[in-house]
Design a protein around this ligand. Structure first.
Ligand code: PLP
Length: 446
């Protein structure tokens, strides 16, 4: 109550907008992950690693445009490229030079990208990747892992937040849910058994650092096993690199781990903070999108329209961002900052004797609030020692209070709870975050 009162006191402008929003938008929002009680902040502007709300409060931002902003907000080169593109038109309804340059960069940077097809979002990318895999194999089912997120289309909803038994989530046809095989992350034997017994599996999808950017981590050796098993059974392996792509390394997790999938789904960073996504992968798999090749083979082409595919402003932002990211410097910086932040937050937990832990890999951090009350040494916590169910379990009320307490102290994290660093974070923002974390822990004890 103390925390919520402090939050309400600081955010009257957001409260007013939220009151109007709930009459117009279900829950007052546009993305499920933006739902926050009593209401979320309404942003007015953003720059670098910070954003400001309509009440003039400033926040160190670890939500980072849902992960799209490895370079931070409004990186000058990206902004300039968007401005130039805007003046030349926002939509041509025809092909343009920028999409060719954009595809070249994706191809140069992402190891698996022999060819590229742009989409407007990550959800569209995973939808298209699945369709392409089905067309390629002539099979119907998809194998996925519990706790992993691949967007919100009908084949991707079970087994992420709920419906771990694979039943259809509300509004999804049971027949679609039945075509999804869910395995536990890390359970190679289950994957082996499924691929051996079921010859109707068209694709294996995996978030290569584990569900929700490593909130439920997996070992790289598991990816190697998936590569081996899918190759053996002729099933396309799809790395969903919507979050990890261009973030963990320029070429994504496939570069960081040296394991090349057949298909890669991309979004977020690929479009430099603008809407956009892509499917990249083996030319013989993307070939089924090709009019001439399919006509020559006498086969039906896979359909893929999309009004905003390869939008020129998104292409401009993507090109500018990828050119900067290609050097590897932004990744190294964001990764080092996150490591430093995780260590410092764990030191605070140890010093205050709070039995939580902050963990993560690359530029991510996750706050494990220890709902089962384990004995934990924050500085030696090993998330791989726990099951995916234990890692996914959250004390919702506590996570919520923590998030509000951090907002009150000028830090915006995601609801995991956790977040991502960008190359625009710096020592000042990290030390502010550590102070805010200390203060939030104090507020939570009251
Ligand atoms: N796949 C992963 C791994 C994601 O993290 C997300 C979004 O967070 C998606 C797919 C869906 O992308 P979008 O929100 O652009 O539809």
């Amino acid at each position: 109550l103390v925390i919520e009162a402090a939050y309400r006191e600081r955010t009257p402008g957001s409260a007013k907008l939220a009151a109007e929003a709930v009459r117009l938008l279900p829950s007052g929002i546009a993305h499920d992950a933006r739902w926050l009680r009593p209401y979320g902040i309404y942003a007015a502007r953003a720059a670098g690693c910070r954003k400001w709300d309509v009440d003039g409060n400033v926040y160190v931002d670890f939500f980072g445009g849902h992960g799209a902003l490895l370079l931070g907000h409004n990186r000058p080169e990206v902004l300039k490229a968007c401005q130039e593109a805007l003046l030349e038109g926002t939509h041509y309804g025809s092909s343009h030079a920028r999409e060719v340059r954009w595809a070249q960069l994706v191809q140069q940077i992402v190891p698996s990208a022999e060819q590229v097809r742009f989409t407007s979002s990550g959800t569209e990318a995973t939808l298209l990747a699945l369709r392409l895999a089905r067309a390629f194999t002539g099979r119907r089912k998809v194998l996925r892992f519990r706790s992993q997120f691949h967007g919100w289309h009908d084949h991707m909803t079970s087994g992420y937040a709920n419906h771990f038994d694979g039943t259809a989530t509300r509004g999804v046809l049971p027949a679609i849910a039945e075509s999804v095989i869910l395995c536990d992350p890390g359970d190679g034997e289950a994957v082996r058994a499924a691929l051996e017994s079921d010859k109707d599996i068209a694709a294996v999808f995996v978030e290569p650092t584990g569900g929700s950017f490593g909130m439920v981590p997996i070992e790289p050796s598991f990816l190697a096993l998936l590569r081996e098993l899918t190759a053996k059974h002729g099933v396309p392996l799809v790395f969903d690199e919507v979050i990890t792509g261009f973030r963990v390394a320029p070429g994504g997790a496939q570069e960081a781990y040296g394991i090349t999938p057949d298909i890669t789904t991309l979004a977020k960073i690929v479009a430099g903070g603008m809407p956009g996504g892509a499917v990249a992968g083996r030319a013989d798999i993307l070939e089924s999108l090709d009019f001439a090749a399919m006509a020559a083979k006498g086969e039906e082409k896979v359909q893929h329209p999309g009004t905003f595919n390869a939008n020129p402003v998104s292409a401009a932002a993507g090109i500018a961002a990828l050119k900067i990211i290609a050097s590897g410097e932004p990744n190294r910086r964001a990764n080092a900052l996150a490591r430093d932040l995780r260590d410092r937050l764990n030191a605070i937990l140890a010093e205050q004797q709070v039995p939580w832990a902050v963990y993560g890999t690359f530029s991510g951090f996750h706050i494990f609030t220890n709902p089962d009350g384990r004995t934990i040494d924050p500085e030696r916590f090993d998330p791989m020692a726990l099951s995916w169910q234990e890692m996914k379990k959250r004390d919702g009320a506590l996570s919520h209070r923590l998030r509000l307490a951090l907002l009150v102290n000028g830090v915006d994290i995601s609801g995991w709870p956790g977040g991502m660093t960008s190359a625009a974070h710096d020592e000042e923002s990290l030390s502010h975050t550590c102070e805010a974390f200390r203060e939030a822990l104090r507020l939570l004890r009251r």
